[in-house]
Design a protein around this ligand. Structure first.
Ligand code: ATP
Ligand code: MG
Length: 358
C-alpha cells in the first residue's frame, strides 16, 4: 500500500510534572523516510509510541492520512511496527508469527504462503520457518519482527532501532533491503536509530531531538553542512567545538578569542547579538582543518596521535590553551606525535553560534 502523510501537531507528553516531549511538531510526507535521532532519553521512542497509539499524548494532535488518530486504538491505525519491546508471540513458529497480521486481515491461505516465502527470503530466514520463535538468536528474532511488520505492506512503518542486535554485515544488508522495500512500496517510514551513519544513509530527512524537543529537521546534507546549532553539529558527523567570546565582526564573518588567547574566525549563524564578549561556540569539521608548518601568529598545537583509517588519517591535536581538535587528512600526509603544527581553517567553513546556557 502506498504511504500516507503523518502530522504531529504540538504534541507534549508529561509523566507527572516532567515533560518528556515538549511541543513537538513534525510533518511527514507520504512515502517519506524520516529518522529520529538523538541521545538516550531524548524522547524518540515516546514519539513513536504516540504514533502507534501505545502512548497517549498529554497535549496535541496526531493525524495519519489526514485523519485525527489521537484517540484511536493501536489496532485501528494500520501501522507496521518493529519495536524492541514489541516481542514475538512465543508460542508460535517463525512463519506463524509472520502470518499473524495476514490472518488478522483475512488473507487467503495461498497468498499468505507466497508472502511468507518472499519475505523470509528477503530478511534471510529461509530454513527457519518451522522453528519456535523463542529458539532463535536475538538477531534472528529481530528479523522475524521485521518480516512480520513488512509482510502486510502497511502504509506506515514505525521502527525503533530495528537493526540494533544484528552483526555489521546483516545490518548493512537489511539497511539496503528496508530502503529498497520502502522505495518500491512507497511506505512512509519513521525510523529511530542511535547510529548516525545509518540515519544519514537511509533517510530522506532527519529530526534531531534533544531533551524532548526537535533541535533541527532537514535532509542529511542540510544537517551535515548547515547545522542550526552546536548540538546538531556535534550529533551529526564529527565536529570540533571551541568555546570563546566574540571580539570582532563584520557582515559575514566574526572573530572570537578562544581559551589560549588566540583569535580565530568563523561565520555567525542565527540572529544573536553581535556584542563584544558574547559567549560563543565555533564549530568546524575535521575535514575543514588545515595543518601546516608552525607560523608566527597562527594558532598552533601539538600532535597527540594520528590514526590511520584507510581512506583518511585522523590527527588529534592539543592546542596551546588545552583544547583538543581533530583534523582529517589524506593518508599521504603522515604526522608524528609531538610534532608542532599550525592549525587553520577558512572562516566560511566554521560556524559560530551563541552559547546556550543549559
Ligand atoms: N512510563 C514512563 N514514566 C515515566 N517516564 C518515562 C516513561 N516512559 C519514558 N519515560 C521517560 O521519558 C524520557 C524519554 O524516553 P524515551 O524512551 O522516549 O527516550 P529515547 O529517546 O527513546 O531513549 P533511548 O535512546 O534510550 O531509547 C526518558 O527520560 C524516560 O525515562
Ligand atoms: Mg528509545
Amino acid at each position: 500500500m502506498p504511504g500516507v502523510s503523518i502530522h504531529i501537531d504540538n504534541v507534549t507528553k508529561r509523566y507527572g510534572t516532567v515533560s518528556v516531549i515538549r511541543d513537538v511538531s513534525l510533518d511527514i510526507a507520504p512515502g517519506e523516510f524520516l529518522s529520529l535521532l538523538g541521545p538516550s532519553g531524548s524522547g524518540k521512542s515516546t514519539i513513536l509510541m504516540s504514533l502507534a497509539g501505545f502512548t497517549h499524548p498529554t497535549k496535541g494532535v496526531i493525524r495519519i492520512d489526514e485523519r485525527d488518530v489521537t484517540d484511536l486504538a493501536p489496532r485501528s491505525r494500520n501501522i507496521g511496527m518493529v519495536f524492541q519491546q514489541y516481542a514475538l508471540f512465543p508460542h508460535m513458529t517463525v512463519e506463524q508469527n509472520i502470518a499473524f497480521p495476514l490472518l488478522q486481515r483475512g488473507m487467503a491461505k495461498s497468498e499468505i504462503g507466497n508472502r511468507i516465502e518472499a519475505i523470509t527470503k528477503l530478511v534471510g530466514l529461509v530454513g527457519l520457518e518451522k522453528r519456535p520463535a523463542p529458539n532463535l538468536s536475538g538477531g534472528q528474532q529481530q528479523r522475524v519482527a521485521l518480516a512480520r511488520a513488512l509482510v502486510f505492506q502497511p502504509p506506515v512503518l514505525l521502527m525503533d532501532e530495528p537493526l540494533g542486535a544484528l552483526d555489521k554485515k546483516m545490518r548493512e544488508h537489511l539497511q539496503v533491503e528496508i530502503k529498497e522495500i520502502q522505495r518500491v512500496t512507497g511506505t512512509t517510514v519513521v525510523f529511530v536509530t542511535h547510529d548516525q551513519s545509518e540515519a544519514l544513509g537511509m533517510s530522506d530527512r532527519l529530526a534531531v531531538l534533544n531533551h524532548g524537543t526537535v533541535e533541527q529537521i532537514g535532509t542529511p546534507e542540510e544537517l551535515y553542512d548547515a547545522p542550526a546549532n552546536a548540538f546538531v553539529a556535534d550529533f551529526i558527523g564529527e565536529a570540533n567545538i571551541l568555546s570563546g567570546t566574540l571580539v570582532g565582526w563584520s557582515d559575514e564573518r566574526c572573530a572570537i578569542r578562544i581559551a589560549d588567547g588566540s583569535v580565530v574566525e568563523g561565520t555567525p549563524i542565527g540572529n544573536f547579538p553581535l556584542q563584544s564578549e558574547t559567549p560563543v561556540e565555533l564549530v568546524v569539521r575535521p575535514r575543514s582543518i588545515k595543518l601546516d608548518q608552525p607560523k608566527e601568529g597562527s594558532l598552533c598545537g601539538q600532535v597527540l596521535s594520528s590514526s590511520y583509517f584507510g581512506e583518511s588519517v585522523s590527527v588529534r591535536i592539543k592546542l596551546a590553551g588545552g583544547s583538543e581538535v581533530t583534523a582529517k587528512e589524506p593518508p599521504t600526509l603522515r604526522r608524528v606525535a609531538g610534532e608542532n603544527l599550525s592549525v587553520s581553517w577558512s572562516y566560511q567553513n566554521a560556524r559560530v553560534f551563541q552559547q546556550k546556557g543549559e
